[in-house]
Ligand binder design. Structure first.
Ligand SMILES: [Fe+2]
Length: 395
């Protein structure tokens, strides 16, 4: 008899939370589980077979049908630009995966390369055209599923997100400050599809697990200087800069446009990248298109839980002390095949919209909202608003 890996109780709780509350799997649904082979052996799309098996079990236990696709993704340079590169032409979602996606009632993706908002426009186009709910599982290994990050109730972190969105009143002024001297401000722009951000219960078809950030808020007329130590991991790879940088980079912003980068080799690389990409996107390459930040109380993991340092940085991007502004806008170009998501990260500073703080003293203020507190009271046996009580190694 073959031995079957036992699921830790923590992971079982996280898997159930993911399947029921994030993916919202119901009896009779056809659910597609996607993972990439490289991620089992040190590749970017980190995953283990236990996670896929546990998700599969949970889906079928709910009376749904599960189809698992283990795919190969095209082998290609991670840097998208430079001599000989043509970022106007991209790799494609493997056709078998694309066809399977179109036939699914719900997709649970475990592959970073198939993300909704940082990689190929094609992935988002398929999902939006066919209106297919897309759960993005970020806790893709047994140790990630067992962590406090995955065990924190989805409902709780969702409410922190929803209440943060409600603070982004269209027309209001936003101001980011940080003890490192950063000061960036601008104005909130109304979303395209609704009157305000307060109605964002779900973010279209996109449902990340664990919950990560509040919705990206559209911005105009940004001004100031951001002093940043890193940009988001996925585009750090695509640009070819380390994450974090070896020294801080100053980003100078005027009238909603990035004017200059200063500070070491990363600033030089960013300068040349933006010059290159502006050939495809024009002035939009330099636009500060929006801002938002993390909502998760326990999105900081230890090396033994996630040995991959870039992936730990990716997880920390979702921590409730982390916020960012977006450098560049590829959304208006219908032909540019990538979704540029270059997040200028600030951790531990303050963010104010109008007269209300969203982040203050290294923490998101909506964690104190009465609705959030009421939900936390339902989950006393799970990590929540007091993450320090649940640490294996106190910090
Ligand atoms: Fe973002």
């Amino acid at each position: 008899m073959r031995s079957v890996p036992l699921i830790p109780k923590q992971a079982a709780i996280a898997v159930a939370d993911m399947i029921d509350n994030c993916a919202k799997v119901k009896p009779g649904m056809h659910v597609l589980l996607v993972a990439a082979n490289d991620g089992m052996y040190g590749g970017i799309n980190i995953v283990d077979s236990e996670t896929i098996a546990w998700l599969h079990s949970a889906i079928v236990q709910r009376g749904a049908d599960a189809t698992v696709i283990w795919c190969d993704l095209p082998i290609r340079p991670t840097v998208l630009w430079g001599e000989g590169a043509d970022p106007g032409k991209a790799w494609r979602v493997p056709p078998i995966v694309a066809s399977a996606m179109k036939g699914a009632d719900c997709i649970i993706s475990n592959a970073v390369d198939l993300t909704f908002e940082e990689e190929l426009r094609e992935t988002a186009d398929i999902l939006e055209e066919h209106n297919i709910p897309y759960a993005r599982n970020m806790a893709t290994t047994g140790s990630l599923l067992t962590s406090n990050w995955a065990l924190t109730p989805y409902e709780l972190v969702s409410e922190i997100r929803v209440q943060a969105c409600a603070l982004a009143v269209p027309g209001a002024k936003w101001v980011m400050t940080h003890p490192n001297g950063s000061h960036v401000e601008g104005y909130v722009v109304k979303p395209d599809d609704m009157d305000d951000y307060g109605h964002y219960r779900d973010i279209g078809v996109y449902r990340p697990f664990p919950e990560g950030v509040w919705s990206s808020i559209k911005a105009r007329d940004a001004e100031g200087v951001g002093i940043i130590n890193e940009i988001g991991v996925i585009w750090a790879r695509h640009i070819g800069v380390p994450c974090p940088f070896k020294e801080p980079v100053k980003v100078f912003i005027e009238k909603g446009q990035i004017k200059k980068f200063e500070g070491g080799t990363a600033a030089e690389t960013l300068t040349r990248f933006y010059q290159f990409i502006a050939k495809y996107l024009g002035e939009a390459a330099y636009e500060v298109r929006g801002f938002h930040g993390g909502v998760h109380p326990s999105a900081i993991l230890e090396p033994h839980q996630c040995p991959d340092a870039p992936y730990r940085h990716f997880i920390e991007h979702h921590h409730w002390s982390s916020f960012h502004f977006h450098m560049g806008n590829s959304r208006r170009s219908k032909t540019f095949p990538y979704l540029m998501h270059i997040s200028a990260e600030l951790r531990g500073g303050d963010l104010k919209i109008g007269d209300k703080y969203v982040y203050k003293d290294g923490r998101i203020t909506t964690a104190d909202h009465p609705k959030v507190r009421a939900i936390a009271a339902k989950y006393k046996d799970r990590p929540g608003l007091e993450p320090e009580k649940w640490l294996q190694t106190p910090r």
